[in-house]
Design a protein around this ligand. Structure first.
Ligand code: 13P
Ligand code: ZN
Length: 271
């Protein structure tokens, strides 16, 4: 067996958590990450027949039965992941009947997966149904995105337009726009179901006055989506209280999207 601490998927996960902490997006235990892993790759590092313990999921994960994920632990601080991955992360396999997580590695102190696992797994399921290459769900509390939540209408078309108008890269990076949920109680199956519904049409979903979800085929993609939203939200908040005399007009957004060949939400533009 190879050394799991040297597995590229584990190192990338720890590096991402460290970056998110460094950027101030994930105070204390804020935020969580889950990545779908390839069984053959995990088998190079772990005996897949050896289950450390079983943890009830509390919702039906049957459609993801047998799938293996690396997931941040609940209550764990992102700043600590890199120094002690085995306590702060876990590798779980969804049981055949979809009712349990089989712990294959990690959560060394007796811990368990993030309280947001319902939203993560339901989002994985939704994204896989529209993109077979989907792998990653990232949840975070980025500062300017949350500040913008306090002053901007929480509606997906309006929110997306404000971000697209703020800097040129936005419509190219997230032409599918950003889904928006109202404030809801977090950690529940209900918010998971609402998130997954939005995930059928978007790779990004705002949880009103809480945070953001980004998804993708890699950690880079999911992280990059959130990073781009956060940059635009920062620009928005730095200028929202001043008279806005320049913006990117709808015809210009259309020209950008067409030049870069992205499949953008045409109904989000008035052209
Ligand atoms: P966990 O510590 O359970 O991952 O929760 C953090 C969080 O961001 C809740 O939304
Ligand atoms: Zn959160």
């Amino acid at each position: 067996m190879k050394d799991i601490l040297k597995a590229p998927f584990l190192i990338e996960m720890a590096d991402t958590a460290a970056n998110m902490y460094r950027l101030g997006w994930d105070e204390r235990n804020g935020g969580n990450i889950s990545c779908l892993l390839d069984e053959t790759e995990v088998g190079e590092y772990l005996d897949l027949g050896c289950v450390i313990r079983e943890i009830p999921l509390g919702f039906d994960g049957a459609e993801l039965a047998g799938r293996i994920f690396i997931v941040t632990g609940t209550g764990k601080y992102f700043k600590n992941v890199k120094a002690d991955p085995e306590t702060n992360l876990g590798i779980i396999r969804i049981s055949k009947d979809g009712s349990k997580a089989e712990l294959l590695w990690g959560y060394k102190d007796g811990g368990k997966f993030t309280s947001e696992l319902p939203a993560h797994l339901m989002s994985h399921k939704a994204r896989l149904s529209v993109d077979v290459d989907h792998k990653v769900v990232v949840h975070s509390h980025p500062t300017y995105t949350l500040a913008m939540n306090r002053v901007h209408v929480l509606e997906e078309r309006a929110f997306t337009r404000s971000l697209w108008q703020t800097c040129s890269e936005c419509i190219i990076v997230f032409p599918d726009g950003i889904g928006v949920l109202p404030w809801m109680v977090c950690g529940t199956n209900e918010i998971g179901e609402a998130t997954a519904k939005q995930m059928l049409n978007h790779r990004l979903v705002i949880w009103g006055i809480h945070g953001i979800y980004g998804t993708g085929n890699s950690l880079d993609e999911a992280f990059g989506l959130i990073e781009t939203v956060e940059k635009a939200a920062q620009l928005y908040m730095l200028t929202a209280h001043m008279p806005i005399i320049n913006t990117i007009k709808d015809e210009e957004l259309k020209a950008l999207a067409e030049t870069f060949g992205v499949n953008y939400r045409k109904d989000y533009l008035d052209v």
